[in-house]
Write a protein that binds this ligand. Structure first.
Ligand SMILES: C[S@@+](CC[C@H](N)C(=O)[O-])C[C@H]1O[C@@H](n2cnc3c(N)ncnc32)[C@H](O)[C@@H]1O
Length: 245
């Protein structure tokens, strides 16, 4: 099973630092996801597994009207609170993402962001169904995860293994666990929700990462690390409405 409090203590503090200026989170995943987001001015955003609040701060700086963050780790929520200060447009909830988002109404968000989170969960399909429910028609889901090829290169064995793996977390001296999946599983679970795929990117580190860690910068330019997608909740088609009448 996944553990909503896995990112506590030393791992949480290490992750928060990494997400601030690390080559992978700050300079590979986040710039790619924010580029996929485009213009967020005036949007109501849900940040699922918001961690230390880096996306929340960035989205608000780019003009998002309101951001709701959901996170299982108390330590990371403290970091998120420190980062977003007393911003009245930010609301933070402690919640286990293995459970439904019952505290969030239907059709209530323009944009849902799920950055490097859903591979930690066993209830991936259930979470995706919940995100479809809370997105307004026409709304956007941005989701990133570990690239299936990166997992295969790292863990070996069969590309098609979908087991839960335990990995060393950078130089933190700690580990965390997540469930690997094939590209087929990753994409089909998303498409099964009814969301439509608009864009897929395999991000490489930006130039800023060179200053931080040249070796890891180069690595992301040779081996895929993450995959990120932009999905759209389409308006119900008129003929579906007619069929229901
Ligand atoms: C790699 S971090 C990404 C954080 C943030 N999205 C970012 O990119 O900066 C994964 C996050 O998922 C959260 N998480 C993992 N499993 C969870 C669960 N079952 N319930 C709630 N949060 C969970 C962790 O606490 C952590 O904040």
């Amino acid at each position: 099973m996944s553990d909503s409090t896995a990112y506590e203590g030393a791992l949480a503090d290490y992750f928060a630092g990494n997400a601030t200026d690390g080559p992978y989170n700050a300079h590979t995943d986040r710039p790619a996801m924010l580029a996929l987001a485009g213009d967020v001015r005036g949007l109501r955003v849900l940040d699922v597994g918001c961690g230390a609040g880096h996306y929340i701060a960035e989205l608000r700086a780019r003009g998002a009207a309101e951001v709701v963050g959901v996170e299982g780790s108390a330590t990371l929520l403290d970091h998120a609170r420190d980062r977003t200060g007393a911003d009245p447009a930010v609301t933070l909830h402690r919640h286990d993402l293995e459970e439904p988002l019952t505290f969030l109404p239907d059709d209530s968000f323009d944009l849902c962001v799920v950055a490097l989170v859903h591979h930690h969960l066993d209830a991936r399909r259930e979470l995706l169904a919940e995100l479809h429910r809370v997105l307004r028609p026409g709304g956007t889901l941005l989701l990133s995860t570990v690239h299936p090829t990166a997992d295969w290169v790292w863990h070996g064995g069969s590309y098609f293994d979908e087991d839960r793996v335990v990995t060393r977390f950078g130089d933190s001296g700690t580990t965390n666990s997540y469930r690997r999946m094939t590209m087929q599983t990753f994409l089909n679970e998303l498409l099964d929700t009814g969301l439509v795929l608009e864009r897929l990117v395999e991000p490489r580190a930006t130039e800023a990462a060179r200053q931080v860690d040249e070796a890891r910068y180069r690595k992301t330019h040779q081996t895929p690390f993450f995959v990120a997608v932009r999905m759209r909740k389409v308006q119900e088609k008129p003929w579906v409405e007619e069929g229901r009448a």
